[in-house]
Design a protein around this ligand. Sequence first.
Ligand SMILES: [Zn+2]
Length: 85
Amino acid sequence: MKKYTCHDCGRTLQHDEEYMPYKVDSETYVKCKSCHQKNPVLKSFRKTEIYSRVVGYIRPVEQWNEGKQEEYKDRKEYVADSGCH
Ligand SMILES: [Zn+2]
C-alpha cells in the first residue's frame, strides 16, 4: 500500500481519500481534494520541503540497517569457524 502526501499542504492522504495525481517525468505528485479545488494546477513540481525531508530521513536508516546486517553476518561466520560451543 503506497502512501501519498499532498503536494500543497503536505498532509498524508487516507487510504480511501480522493486525490488528484500529477505525473511529472517518473515522479507522481498528488493533491488532496481540497487543495485541488483551491488550485487545480500543479504550480511548482520541484521537490518540496516535505519530500527532501523524507529522503533525508530514509537514507541514514538504510545505512544503519546495512551495517547491522554486516555485523550480524560476521558474527555468525566467526562462531562457525571457531567450532567451539
Ligand atoms: Zn492538500
